[in-house]
Each structure stands twice: as structure tokens, then as C-alpha cells.
Design a protein around this ligand. Structure first.
Ligand SMILES: [Zn+2]
Length: 444
């Protein structure tokens, strides 16, 4: 029987950030004395506080220097000061995507087709484009939830050296999965408590900021989302090892049993919350969700993956008419039911149990449409302010980078966006960016 170093990370006890490296830090090559003064019609700071009308944000180098109402903040003067005026604009923290797969983004191809046809080098090049596309849609921080080998570690290194302009990356590197499990071709298969502990150690050595666990099968060949992958003992060992190194954990969970196992093991975030029953039906388990709320387990519902799949099949059906195959119709019915159930589960977890959802795209087929997921969260019954926090301040807390980014607070990095319309009135306002700034550097 393994001895667990448990007890330190009891529910509700704040976890230290990584002792090994500071996640999400960028080496940005801008003049530390450069000052940008941004005047806007209103500012939502990402903490859930009331917006400030006629606000000003002063950025010095990469950081936010001062925030407040125009006229009440002292504005630096001189040649090194530039001013940006958006009198009708709404300023928010840069958006955070808690779940991406940068090496994909090849619409119309299955995982396996991409894995077989593309080298790591091609995937790395595609990742650069995907990351940039996503950043232009306002995403200044991405939590990467799984790529093959060292693709994302190399991507981050390239960004830090200034070779490419990309968002802040929080990396899992490769997901920990059982032999033949979901995403096994990323090359981090591990079975049994000793092997999963070793996998966590190897990933942290490579530079992982968090540990992604495949706790059930998914939409990949030879795996099933109706079945759990890991035992509670294996999951507990992963969580214990990760927490010992100051790393948060997140688990991909479709099968009901996988959710129950991951929650019991104390995983910090549940992805998808499928509640897929062994017979293919769906069933919400209130006591499991109640336990998530008690433990402070975050939920990354990734509702837009199914939405995207449904849209592309609906488009195909419209194009093909009577030629639309029976298999495609079965897939369409399946994905439509999945979408509907996931939205309902998200709505209940949020409104009845107070579980905190975090925005994440699970971007696989496409990048740059981050806002769709926010719109679906709003459709599920979340308030617009709740959705904004799920995409900014609360997301930063869930990913352990709240001391770095996620809110418009002096001392944090200047990751900021400006949009023309008020997202508190209509969340679709976040579809179009007027300005995107990452670490004081204007991208859009
Ligand atoms: Zn994923």
C-alpha cells in the first residue's frame, strides 16, 4: 500500500504556486519605462466588482501601474507616454482559455488522421498559428491540455525567446492516460500508482504547470467515453504527487464513474462533466456535484466542442440534403443530445450547487471562436458577470495565476482587452476585439 503525503491540500486550504518555476511568465522585450494610458467608457475588472465608468488604466512596461476613474488617477507625462482613447469602449482583463489542444485545429479530420499524417514539427508550426489566432480573439492566457511529446514545451520556449508572439501558456505537456487510453499517442501512458507517480515527476521535470489526467475515454478510436480509465487509487496518487510539487490537476471526465472517481481523489478541476452512463444515457448525480462544490472543485464544461460538432454536421446535412448518410444522422442525434445534456448539467451545477465554472474551448477543430463558449454558458443560465469572471478572475484563481493575470489590478501583468459594446448587456460583445494587449504589448 502506498503512503500518501496527504493532508496539506485539504479542501479550502490555499495552495502555493509552483516552487519550481513561475507559470505563465513571459519574457517580453519591451521598454520597462514605456507608459501607455488607456482611457475607456467603462471598465470591468474581472473580480466581480461593479464596473467603473469613464475609467483609466495606466500601464508601465509589462504591468498595470494604476487603475481608477478618469481625473482621480495621476497620469504620467513625457515622451515615453502614449495615450489610447476608447471613449465608448469597454475594458476587461485579457480572456483565459482553460482548455486547448494547440497541435490540432484541422477541421474535418479525425484525431487519428492528424496524428498519423503530421510530424511534431508540422504540429508545432500549426500551434503557432492557432495560438496567434486565439490571441487575436482576446485570449491572452491559454491552459494547454495535451499535445504530443514536447511540442508545447518547445512552443513556449520559442515564445519566451521572442521568436513568436503567443499568449501566456500554462502547460500540461502530455496528458497522463492509461495504456491505450484517450490521447495515448501523446506518449504519457501510465498504469498503477507507481507508474502514474513517475509520470507526474517526468512531466514536472519537462516543465509542466499542471497535470492533465484522462479519467475516462473520449472521442478517440479504441476508447469509450462511457467507461472510467483510472481507479480512485491511481487518481489519488496523481493528485498527491502533483500537489506535492505545487501543481494543480484537472481530469477529463465523460463517464459518470470517472467523475465520481476524480472528485473522490480530490482532482482540482473536472473537464466536460459528461455524466455518461454505461448504457449510453445521461444522468445527473447531485451528490457528486455537491461534493465538488464542498471541495471547491472547478468545472470546465467545454460546452462548445459539442456545439461545433453539431454545427458542422447540420451544415453537412443542409449541403447534402437527401444524400446525408444514416451514420451521419446517428452522429448528429448523438452530439445534439450530448450538447443539450452538458448545458443542462452546467446550469444545474452553477445555479443549484454553486460549483464554479471556468471558460474553456477544448479547441480541437478550430481556434479564434472563444466567445461561442461564453454565449453557451450564458444560455445555460449564468449571469453575464458570472461568465466574465469564469473567463478572467476566477479562471486565474483556478489555474493558480491570480497573482500574475486575470484581473485589472495594479501590480498584475497588463493583459487587457477593449470591446465596442457592453458585454454585461450582451455577452456577444466579446466576439470582436478593438484592442488586445498582452503584458503591455499591443497585439490588436
Ligand atoms: Zn481536451
Amino acid at each position: 500500500m502506498a503512503t500518501y503525503r496527504t493532508g496539506v491540500f485539504a479542501p479550502g486550504v490555499p495552495r502555493p504556486s509552483s516552487p519550481l518555476r513561475a507559470p505563465g511568465r513571459l519574457n517580453i522585450f519591451i521598454d520597462p519605462n514605456q507608459v501607455t494610458v488607456i482611457n475607456v467608457g467603462s471598465m470591468i475588472d474581472g473580480t466581480g466588482a461593479k464596473p467603473i465608468e469613464k475609467a483609466v488604466v495606466v500601464v508601465e512596461g509589462t504591468k498595470i501601474k494604476a487603475v481608477g476613474q478618469q481625473g482621480k488617477v495621476s497620469i504620467p507625462e513625457g515622451q515615453h507616454v502614449q495615450t489610447l482613447d476608447f471613449p465608448n469602449g469597454h475594458l476587461l482583463p485579457g480572456l483565459m482559455d482553460s482548455h486547448t489542444h494547440l497541435m490540432f485545429g484541422v477541421p474535418g479530420k479525425s484525431y487519428e488522421q492528424v496524428i498519423e499524417s503530421d510530424t511534431d514539427e508540422i504540429m508545432l508550426l500549426r500551434s503557432i498559428g492557432n495560438a496567434l489566432t486565439h490571441m487575436k480573439s482576446g485570449v491572452t492566457t491559454m491552459r494547454e491540455n495535451g499535445a504530443r511529446n514536447k511540442i508545447t514545451f518547445n512552443l513556449r520556449e520559442g515564445g519566451n525567446r521572442g521568436y513568436v508572439t503567443i499568449p501566456r501558456l500554462l502547460l500540461c505537456g502530455r496528458p497522463v492516460t492509461m495504456t491505450g487510453g484517450h490521447f495515448f499517442w501523446c506518449n504519457q501512458e501510465a498504469d498503477g500508482v507507481d507508474a502514474v507517480r513517475a509520470a507526474v515527476r517526468e512531466l514536472v521535470k519537462d516543465g509542466a504547470d499542471h497535470i492533465k489526467i484522462m479519467a475516462s475515454g473520449g472521442g478517440t478510436a479504441i476508447t469509450s467515453l462511457l467507461q472510467p480509465s483510472y481507479t480512485v487509487e491511481e487518481l489519488t496518487a496523481i493528485v498527491d504527487e502533483a500537489h506535492n510539487m505545487g501543481k494543480p490537476t484537472t481530469a477529463h471526465c465523460h463517464a459518470t464513474q470517472s467523475i465520481a472517481n476524480a472528485v473522490e481523489a480530490g482532482v482540482d478541476m473536472i473537464e466536460h462533466l459528461g455524466f455518461n452512463e454505461p448504457d449510453g444515457s445521461y444522468k445527473f448525480y447531485p451528490h457528486v456535484v455537491e461534493q465538488m462544490a464542498k471541495q471547491g472543485t472547478y468545472l470546465s464544461p467545454t460546452v462548445q466542442t459539442g456545439y461545433r460538432g453539431r454545427e458542422s454536421l447540420l451544415n453537412k446535412k443542409e449541403e447534402q440534403g437527401k444524400k446525408f448518410s444514416k451514420e451521419d444522422q446517428v452522429r448528429l442525434d448523438w452530439v445534439a443530445a450530448k450538447c443539450e445534456n452538458q448545458l443542462a448539467f452546467l446550469g444545474r451545477a452553477w445555479s443549484e450547487f454553486g460549483v464554479q465554472p471556468i471558460a474553456g474551448t477544448d479547441a480541437i477543430s478550430g481556434f479564434g471562436d472563444y466567445c461561442i463558449g461564453l454565449e453557451l454558458m450564458s444560455d445555460a443560465g449564468m449571469s453575464n458577470m458570472g461568465v466574465i469572471q469564469a473567463a478572467t478572475g476566477t479562471a486565474a484563481k483556478a489555474m493558480h495565476v491570480e497573482d500574475l493575470t486575470g484581473t485589472v489590478v495594479p501590480g498584475l501583468e497588463a493583459d487587457l482587452i477593449v470591446v465596442d459594446n457592453n458585454p454585461l448587456e450582451n455577452i456577444k460583445a466579446l466576439r470582436k476585439m478593438t484592442m488586445v494587449m498582452r503584458g503591455g504589448e499591443r497585439i490588436v
